[in-house]
Write a protein that binds this ligand. Sequence first.
Ligand SMILES: Nc1nc2c(c(=O)[nH]1)N[C@@H](CN(C=O)c1ccc(C(=O)N[C@@H](CCC(=O)O)C(=O)O)cc1)CN2
Length: 741
Amino acid sequence: MRLTVREIAEAAGGKVLCGNPETICLHLCTDSRTVQEGDLFVPVIGARVDSHEMIKAALEAGASAALTSRHKEMKDSSGKAWIAVEDTVKAMQKIGALCRKKSAVPAVGVTGSVGKTTTREMIAAALSAGKRVFKTAKNLNSQIGVPITLSEIGPEDEVAVLELGIGEPGEMEVIAGISGVNAAVVTNIGVAHIELLGSQDNIYREKMKITAGMKPGDPLFFNGDDPILRAHKESAGFPVILCGTGEDCDYRAEEIVPRQDRVSFMMKYKGKSLPVELSVPGRHNVINALIALAVADYFGIPVECAAEKLKEFRGFAGRLQYSAANGVEILDDTYNASPASMLAGLNVLADMACEGRRIAVLGDMLELGPDTGRYHEEVGEKLAGLKVDLVMTVGELAARIGRTALKAGSGARVMNFKDTEEAKPALLAQVQRGDCVYLKASRGMHLEELVQALEGRCMKIDGKAIARQIKEECRERAQSLKEKGIQVNLAVIQVGSDPASSVYVRNKKRACEEVGIGSLSYELPEETTEQELLELIRELNERKECSGILVQLPLPDQIDEKTVINAISPEKDVDGFHPVSVGKMLIGEPGFLPCTPAGVIQLLKRSGVAIEGKRCVVVGRSNIVGKPMAVLLLRENGTVTVAHSRTKDLKAVCREADILVAAVGKPRMITEEYIKPGAAVIDVGIHRDENNRLCGDVDTVRARRAAGAVTPVPGGVGPMTIAMLMDNCIRSAEKLFTGIS
Ligand SMILES: Nc1nc2c(c(=O)[nH]1)N[C@@H](CN(C=O)c1ccc(C(=O)N[C@@H](CCC(=O)O)C(=O)O)cc1)CN2
C-alpha cells in the first residue's frame, strides 16, 4: 500500500492526533517485534495482551504512524503520527478495503473447511504460467490477516489469489466484503468449527458469503465430489463449475494413479483430455489440482502450461509430506486435522505400494464441538474398510477411532497411547524396514515429534556445523600467529567469470575474513593468456607475505591446468594439487592435503563414523577428488574400492560399502538401490537441477530409505572444502614462519 496518514484517517473514520498527515505508510503491521520503516502499526487488543502498550516501541523501531483506540489526545515529540479510531481491527479492515478498491487486479477467493491453503498454492502455481500472481502469504486469511493481505497487493500484480478463513459466524461477510473477489472457490464443507456454526448447512451458508462483492455471472468453482456443494449446484446463485470425478463434472479426473510421493491422472474438460502429474501425493489433491486448472482456464491461461507449473508445487511441511528414512516410508500429515483430512490421508496410506505394514498413527482431532466423539468414531468406521495393518492412537478421543474400527470389523492391530511421549518408544520399536507410516492429529497433539523420531533414524551429517568448528579452530590459530607478528595471507586467483566459480571464490574470501586471513584478490579477464597467469604465480611464489596461492578451477580453454598447478610453489600449494603434495600424500609424508577429500575425512571423524576396517567405495576417479579420496581412506585403514564408469554392476559394488563416497558428477544418480542399509553416504557432487536448485550426486530423499547417515547438498562437503582450505593456509603460514609442519 501507499497511503498518507490523512487518507488512512479518512478511510478508518479516525482523527490524526499528531504528526504530519502527509506521512506515507507502506505496510500494515500488528507485531512491534517485526516493525519496519514506513509501517502503520495497528495495536490489537487481545485476550491477554493489549498491544497499545507497544505503540512507542513500534514507532521507535521505525513505524511511521500508529492507530490507537486508547488515546483521545497525543503529543509526540518524535514527529510520528498517531491516529485515533474507535476500534483498531475494524479500522484496519477499512484500510484493507480502501487498498482493494484502489487496485484493479481481479481476485479469486478460496474458502472451504479443508485444503484451502493447498488449493490456494495450486491455483497460484497454475496461474503463474501466464500472469504475475499475488497470493495470501502464510496463514493471513483471518479478520486481521485479510486486511494485511489486501494492503500488500501491488501495481505489478495481474491476479490475486486470496484465502479467506472463518472461525465464527459473521466473519466471512466482513472479509469477503472488503476483498471483493471476482471468482470464488469452495474446496468442501466439512465439520471444522461446527461447534460454533451448528450444522454443515450453516457452514455452507457462511462459506457462500464469499460471494459478497461478486457480480452476477462471476463463477463459483466447487469440489464436485463434495455432496453438499454438489447439491447446491443449481441454487448457488452464480454459475457453478464442478471439479471432481463424477460424470457431470466440468473438469473431471479419470485414470487416477496414486504413487507414494505423487499422483497422476487424465483431466477431461471441454471435450479435451490432458495428462496431469502432481509432485504431491493423494487423491484429494487431484480435486485441488482440477480446481486450480479450471481457474487458470477461466483466466485464459493455456491449461497445458498451467499443468506444467502445477507440477512445481511440492506441498508444505506437515501436510501430507512424503519422506523416507532407513527403509521406512513416512507420510507426515501432522500440521492439523479434521475428519475429512484424516480420511483423505488414510486413503493415501491405503493406496501406497508397501512392502511391509501400513501403520496409521492417529491423534485426537480437537475443536470439533459437542459431537467430537461421533466424528472420531465415524473415522474409525471408515478406517475399518481400508488397508491398514496397525493403528496406533494417541489421546483419549483418538482411542475411539481404534475401538470403532475394531467393532466395524477392521483386521488391524490397535494400540492406544496416552500421549506422544508414551507413543514414541512403542512406535520406534514397532516400525521395520519396508513399513509405511502415516501420522495425523490436531496440531496440539504434537505428532511432529514422532515424525522427527522416525526421520532421526537416518542421521544428517551437518557439514556446515563441522566447517564452522574447523574455521573457529583456524581463527584461534591465526590469532596466535598474529600475536607473534605473523599475518596469514591467501592469494585467490580467478580467471574469467564462471558464475559457480564466482560463488566459490566469494565464499572463500568470506571465510578468510571470518578466520582472520588476509586475501589478495586477483580477478583476471577470460582472455588472460597462460603466460600472464604463470607470470603472476611466479611473482606470488616470491612474495614473502603471501602464504598460500589458490587458482580457482576450471580455467578457460587457452590455459593448461596442469602447467598452472605445477607452477605453484609446493610450499604455497594450499589446494594440495601439486605433484609434490600428491606424492607426499600417497607415501604419508606431511604436506598439503587436497581440501575436498580432507574435508570428507574430517566429516566422517567428527560425526563419529569410524573408518578403520570399514568397506569404503569411492565412485569417481578424478585427480582432485576420487583418487586422493581413496588414498586418504586407505591412510585411515579403510578397505577401499574405487569404482568408475567402466565398473561392472556398480549398484552391487556400492551396496558393499559401509562408507560410500559419491563423486560421479551425475545429479541424484545414487539412490537407495546403491546403498547398504545403515551405510554412511558422502555426497561430493554439486549441480543445479531442472528447477535451478542445488543438488548432489545422491538422491537424498531416496538414499535416506536405506542409509544410516547422509551429507546434504548444500551444507555438506562444500563448506568443508572451504574450511580445509583455511586449515591449509594456516598450516602454510605456520610452516613458512615457524618451521612447524
Ligand atoms: N582451486 C580449486 N578449484 C576448485 C575446487 C578446489 O578445491 N580448488 N573444488 C571445486 C569447487 N569448490 C572449491 O573451489 C567448491 C565447491 C562448493 C563449495 C560450497 O561451499 N558449496 C556450497 C553451496 C554453494 C552455492 O551456493 O553454490 C554447499 O555445498 O553447501 C565450495 C567450494 C572446483 N574447483
